[in-house]
Ligand binder design. Structure first.
Ligand code: FES
Length: 354
């Protein structure tokens, strides 16, 4: 269950015309809770026009800097616009402790390693944290970054990336609406572009991990390009930076329980409270239904991306509309994204306090 802490805004820096980075003063008494691995995110809770809004934002700072997040304005986005336009230094913001599965592997390894990242737009945020970590603590390791934007004016954290470039970090900027000198660096990252890019740096094909962060289409085409070159699936890590548009086909539902008529008795455990309610498999998600019962269940994106609504099934089964956050192992161990979950058995127990 996500707990929120109030911290002061220490710095706000305009990164581009539509994005800012925001640094916070984390009270030293919470330094344990706020330890993180580069790549992870925090969830913030703000009131916008009287509405309780929560959003997750990736951390861009290294572990020895003030905790900083990057926020790009989303058209019509209540929180991203509020944070870009209305927030002031000294304001208090409610933040939950860092979490997330997209993170730099074996963080304290002493070995020399190679990493590759493909980032698009604000998808650079968690990757920047990784780049800084490697440049500061893994002197002999190498990190190759492909960073795609519409134009050079849209590049977030430009100064910081440039400062890292001469060390063990190599950066290739790709533009979709501006011409670079090299044709290779022009155009959208689709499967053939991703193939061209990685083939131009074949010495990185044996990298220890490949991180992809951006919109859904770019993630899956890059993943598929890497797989076609023989990269082991386990080395490919990704984080979606827009809510997915596709739903995962789930054909398992029918085989789960053929006697199930669709009506289920749900028990939700949250903050040591236990609440029961009825829910149909074609109705609201378990998260929304629990909120209807006035339970303060954790959530952020409601789009299968952030993992904030992670819960454990201790009885029964569910299906999920989409899952872009949990690993196969987590699903096998009974974890679900409550924002995507619907009952598939007559009774289901969902534990947020797992
Ligand atoms: S609220 Fe983000 S994955 Fe469910």
């Amino acid at each position: 269950m996500a707990q929120f802490y109030s911290f002061k805004v220490n710095q706000i820096k305009r990164e581009t015309h539509d994005s800012v980075s925001i640094s916070f003063d984390i009270d030293s008494k919470y330094s344990e809770e706020f330890k993180y691995i580069p790549g992870q995110y925090i969830t913030i809770r703000v009131g916008v026009n009287g509405e309780d809004c929560r959003r997750s934002y990736s951390i861009s700072s290294s572990r020895n800097e003030k905790l900083t997040i990057g926020i790009k304005k989303v058209p019509g986005g209540k929180v991203s616009n509020f944070m870009n336009e209305k927030l002031n230094i000294g304001d208090l913001v409610e933040i939950s402790a860092p979490q997330g599965n997209f993170k730099l592997e074996n963080i304290d390894s002493k070995n020399t390693r190679k990493f590759v990242a493909f980032a698009a737009g604000s998808g650079i945020t968690p990757v920047l944290s990784m780049l800084k970590e490697v440049s500061q603590n893994e002197i002999n390791s190498e990190f190759l970054l492909f960073y795609s934007n519409k134009t050079s004016k849209d590049v977030m954290f430009k100064d910081e990336i440039d400062d890292l470039k001469n060390q063990n970090i190599s950066t290739r900027f790709i533009f979709t609406r501006e011409n670079s000198d090299l044709e290779l660096y022009n155009g959208r990252i689709n499967e053939s572009k991703a193939l061209e890019l990685i083939k131009s740096e074949m010495s990185f094909l044996n990298a220890d991990a490949f991180y992809i962060c951006g919109p859904e289409e770019m993630i899956f085409s890059t993943k598929s390009a890497l797989e076609s070159l023989g990269v082991n699936n386990e080395k490919i890590k990704f984080e979606l930076f827009t809510a997915p548009v596709k739903k995962i086909e789930d054909s398992k539902e029918e085989s789960l329980n053929i006697d199930f008529d669709g009506n289920s008795k749900i028990t939700v455990i949250c903050d040591d409270e236990e609440v029961e309610f009825d829910l149909n498999k074609d109705g609201d998600s378990i998260l929304d239904a629990a909120m209807e019962q006035d339970l303060d269940v954790p959530f952020s994106c409601k789009g299968a991306v952030c993992c904030t609504c992670k819960a454990k099934i201790t009885n029964g089964k569910v299906t999920m509309d989409a899952n872009y956050a949990l690993s196969d192992q987590e699903v096998e161990d009974g974890y679900i994204l409550a924002c995507q979950a619907h009952p598939a058995t007559e009774s289901v127990t969902v534990d947020f306090d797992f």
